[in-house]
Design a protein around this ligand. Structure first.
Ligand code: TXA
Ligand code: MG
Length: 348
């Protein structure tokens, strides 16, 4: 059953300390002066800039090395601000926003005059969401209702999204003016992105909210815009994205061991990432290591990027991932793994 997001993501977080309040005030000042601040959300860390300041927004593209025609998600602090940033908002969008915000849902809506071409890559739509993280919300509230944060994930273009402040430091380091540390992200995968065609919602990017939860709120099935020739540019929908530097391949449960053994026979060091239950004491080639991920998609998704960061630093020649179960609850995970494996041939 769908659980309301406030309780789902924020309840178990402690209140902000006075030190965090000071850091948030400092971050708000930096943003108002046109600087950049990386901040935690419940999905992944974002690289934020004042959406109303084109000079600041430019910095995001430079820091991320992201093509300038790829639009940014705009983070707002309150649903009552939605009509300031978007217009002609469909009924379904209101329904979704009021159920899932704050939460891992991005809505693609017609932009208002307050959103510039710089933010949308020239498109007349804008992606908006309210993040469910006390640090992000406090930062947005400190900025006030006529400001919002343009914030893509705080990684270089095409790389794995950061789920800790340490990942951001590693990836962007001194290029950002400030990094707010809010601990490890609770969801660990990016938001679900929904667009509207003729008022009807479609999923552009599977993510932190399960399809079944969306469908139960909408009371109807929802389309997943898989590999359709989208008129919009969604960088998270490029086939190669979210990629570690180590070659990553996906194999079925039946095949994975055989593939690992073939690679090990060529003196290559292989990591197998599994989710299914096998005899863990079984000995494979010494060049093969195994890592067992959780069997439920929520815990798997939460760890995925952090594990890929970690394994990418280790000296493996190949990462072989066991194909996730073919079930809608695993859609976002399968999607990210396929993008991470895109450069590296076989997907079975
Ligand atoms: O969970 C998230 O969504 C994280 C956190 C930081 O909020 N943000 C994130 O941003 O993943 P980014 O920029 O890495 O991915 C946002 C995706 C991109 O693929 C972008 O192209 C798409 O949203 N997007 C933004 N505005 C859009 C628009 N107007 N039309 C279509 N796609 C859009
Ligand atoms: Mg991203």
């Amino acid at each position: 059953m769908y659980v309301k997001k406030q309780t789902q993501y924020s309840q178990n977080r402690p209140n902000l300390s006075s030190e965090q309040h000071d850091q948030i005030s400092a971050a708000a000042r930096i943003l108002c002066e046109g600087g950049t601040v990386a901040f935690p959300t419940e999905t992944v860390y974002g690289l934020g800039a004042d959406v109303t300041n084109p000079y600041a927004v430019n910095k995001i593209y430079t820091i991320k090395q992201r093509p300038t025609d790829h639009p940014l998600i705009v983070h707002i602090g309150n649903i009552s601000h939605l009509q300031y940033w978007a217009q002609a908002i469909p009924e379904f969008a209101w329904k979704l926003a009021s159920h899932f915000w704050p939460g891992p849902l991005t809505l693609i809506l017609q932009r208002s005059r307050h959103i510039s071409d710089r933010v949308t890559g020239g498109q007349d739509t804008v992606g908006l969401r309210i993040p469910a993280h006390p640090v992000a919300l406090a930062l947005l509230n400190a900025l006030g209702p006529d400001k919002a944060l343009a914030a893509p994930s705080a990684n270089r273009f095409g790389k794995i999204s950061p789920t800790t402040a340490a990942h951001v430091r590693e990836e962007l380091g001194s290029k950002v003016d400030m990094i707010l540390d809010g601990g490890a992200c609770e969801i660990g995968l990016e938001s679900t992105i929904i667009s509207f065609h003729d008022q009807l919602p479609a999923v552009l990017r599977p993510g932190g909210i399960a399809l079944s939860a969306l469908e139960s709120v909408l009371d109807s099935p929802i389309i997943v815009a898989h590999n359709v020739n989208q008129a919009v540019r969604t960088s998270g929908s490029l086939p190669a994205h979210y990629a570690p530097a180590t070659p990553l391949k996906i194999y079925s449960t039946a095949q994975i061991e055989k593939e690992a053994t073939t690679l090990a026979a060529q003196s290559l060091r292989v990591l197998i990432i599994r989710w299914s239950d096998i005899d863990k004491s079984q000995l494979l080639d010494p060049l093969i290591q195994q890592f067992f991920m959780p069997q439920d998609p929520i815990s798997y998704g939460k760890q995925l990027y952090a594990r890929l960061h970690e394994f990418d630093q280790a000296a493996f020649d190949y990462i072989l991932v066991e194909a996730p179960p073919d079930h809608p609850a695993w859609l976002a995970i399968t999607d990210r793994l396929q993008r991470a494996s895109y450069h590296h041939l076989t997907i079975t």
